[in-house]
Write a protein that binds this ligand. Sequence first.
Ligand code: 5GP
Ligand code: MG
Length: 179
Amino acid sequence: MRSVVHIHDLSFAPFISETTIQTRIQELASQLDADYIGKDPLFLAVLNGAFMFAADLFKHLKCQPELSFVKVSSYVGTKSSGRVDELIGLQTSLKNRHVIVIEDILDTGVTMDKIFTLLESEQPASLSICSMLLKPNSYKGKHQPKYIGFEIEDQFVVGYGLDYKEHGRELPAVYQLIK
Ligand code: 5GP
Ligand code: MG
């Protein structure tokens, strides 16, 4: 694992190693396989951050998973006031499907609440959350995530898909901000 990395104006120290992440991913995959085998599960990975986690997780899944990538976008509605959220990239019908949302990190839970609301309207048979990281002290989401890689303190991390101003996603391990 590389030592300190510098991204833009900030420095980050090694936090969760590549080996630790990969071992945990195998455990998560076993858990998901046990829960979803025979259910034709559909995994929705949220771009951009979850791309690496989804790719590594998928190498181990044996439950014949389907994968789609989605993105949440917010825009100001033309006539209505305020922001409108929409999910881009959804091409498969979710009706009566067992859906698992793959995220990189859950912080306050605001993003996941939005995603959940948008997906629930599609009437899936079940909807659950799989996130590589969770900040339990700041998470106020309405839905408890069932599959979590690691619980971490409230601190800013990068790597393994997560960025700081669009850089650092390529790092195979997770790094924490040096204060
Ligand atoms: P939430 O809506 O749960 O507060 O925030 C979720 C989003 O905030 C994540 O999808 C991610 O884009 C960003 N985020 C939250 N915490 C971190 C962090 O520690 N590092 C990075 N790089 N992004 C974070
Ligand atoms: Mg994200």
